[in-house]
Design a protein around this ligand. Structure first.
Ligand code: PMP
Ligand code: GLN
Length: 431
């Protein structure tokens, strides 16, 4: 009783913007459902196989490499890691990157995003977010006091003969331009995009860059899937376009780079003026990241620097392997009547559920729940296959327009994809 009363008195004091809806997170909800129903899991994005041996060995070596590997390292990034990141990315964007000033190591790309929004966005600032977007951008912008302004990629309809591709989803330059106001502080892009797999072409990035320069706006570019592109599509860094280095934060992830999402090593790269502000947020939140994991990632990048562009490079081998898995999944989905949108990059594929009719009537679900959320719940509970509803990657105002797609993750063992195929085959025998 006393506890309850104390809580009632306190609860008014507990209010703080953006902290009340933690249970509403799509990853928590669907990871739990997938586990409860022991579903074949093509939901949350992570490999169900080990990272390559060279980084596993590097991690083991780090752990048995003496006392220093078990103690704090340089707060803004372990020296070998910031040096090789600066060297690697400097070579790609064709400029000198200062390892100590222009690079910040974070707890995964997730913390780099958090630092970027907290450091750069102020009360009342508008932030243009391209939809579909990785779901955390919206609450992070809001928590920083910013106002998200959404602009969707829209599928341009072809003549129906070609296989739909993520490349068909484009930004309207006019619609994008119309979103800029004097309050616009930043634009957020994600290439290759999660969940769609779109890899922005140079011309598309140039449109965004021109607007950023014209309106003196920052660009936060989430490039965690940068090494994963298919069919000759090339990942282009917007920071490398003229006039963009000074105003862009580029965010990356060792989790995606080396198939080790549990290591939670990420980074932000940009001009000293921007990165020092992110460093302030980092200092206030985590101060220092795990030493041994950074050491292993540094060794991985050093190896890749030497092998870059050769067939032995993991940055060649991983996309080659994923290309096959992409084909496999696309053919399973096609066979089940779930028309896939072929991703040009990343490790997700979205598919259209429209032609699969499901009777949800005796199925627990609220009426206002988007179609894809119901579909995914049905798929997990009735069919034992876990995926993610795509409308979770949209703003409330556009969610209804994009609720027929669900997302499949294909960075999975072939046996997992086969198990999914077995389930999907039952679809062709109709519900
Ligand atoms: N951005 C995107 C687009 C992602 O898909 C992810 C994956 N969770 C992240 C950022 C966060 O990456 P990390 O696991 O390195 O924190
Ligand atoms: N990036 C991964 C995905 O999109 C993981 C997301 C998460 O765990 N927050 O599935």
């Amino acid at each position: 009783q006393q506890h309850r009363r104390a809580f009632m008195i306190m609860s008014g004091r507990l209010h703080a913007r953006g902290t009340e809806r933690v249970h509403k997170n799509v990853w928590l909800e669907f990871a739990r459902l997938a586990a409860d129903y022991k579903a074949v899991n093509l939901g949350q994005g992570f490999p169900d196989f080990s990272p390559p041996e060279f980084v596993q060995d590097a991690f083991c070596k780090a752990v048995s490499g003496g006392h220093q590997m078990h103690q704090y390292t340089r707060p803004f990034g372990h020296p070998p890691l910031v040096h090789i990141l600066a060297k690697f990315f400097g070579r790609i964007v064709g400029r000198e990157i200062d390892p100590l000033e222009d690079v910040l190591v974070t707890v995964g790309a997730y913390q780099a995003l958090f630092c970027a929004f907290q450091a750069l966005i102020e009360e009342g600032d508008e932030v243009i977010i391209v939809e579909p977007f990785f779901d955390c951008y919206q609450p992070m912008v809001k928590k920083a006091g910013g106002k998200p302004v959404y602009v969707p990629l829209r599928p341009v309809s072809g003549d129906g003969s070609a296989v739909p591709s993520s490349g068909d989803w484009v930004l309207s330059p006019e619609e994008l331009a119309s979103k800029f106001t004097p309050r616009t502080k930043a634009v957020v892009i994600n290439t290759p995009n999660n969940p769609l797999g779109k890899v922005y072409k140079t011309e598309e990035l140039q449109v965004i860059a021109d607007l950023c320069i014209k309106h003196d706006v920052l660009c936060i570019s989430d490039e965690v899937y940068e090494w994963l592109t298919y069919d000759g599509n090339k990942h282009v860094k917007i920071a490398g376009l003229p006039g963009m280095w000074e105003r862009t934060v580029t965010i990356g992830s060792a989790g995606k780079t080396f198939s080790a999402t549990g290591w939670k090593v990420g980074w932000a790269i940009g001009s000293e003026q921007i990165i020092q502000r992110l460093k302030a947020m980092h200092q206030m939140s985590v101060f220092d990241c795990a030493t041994a994991a950074q050491e292993a990632v540094a060794r991985g990048f050093e190896r890749e620097y030497e092998l870059f562009g050769t067939p032995e490079s993991y940055f060649q081998q991983l996309p080659a392997m994923l290309h096959q898995k992409r084909e496999k999944l696309a053919s399973c989905l096609g066979g089940a009547g779930l028309q896939p949108v072929m991703p040009e990059g990343g490790y997700f594929m979205i598919a259209d559920t429209s032609s699969v009719t499901v009777d949800f009537s005796d199925f627990m679900s609220t009426d206002d729940e988007p179609h894809d959320f119901r579909f995914v719940k049905w798929l997990i509970k009735e069919k034992g296959l876990a995926t993610i509803p795509v409308s979770a990657f949209y703003s409330p105002e556009h969610r209804k327009d994009f609720d027929k797609y669900i997302r499949f993750c294909f960075i999975k063992e072939d046996s997992t994809l086969d198990a999914a195929d077995d389930i999907l085959r039952t679809f062709s025998q109709r519900q």
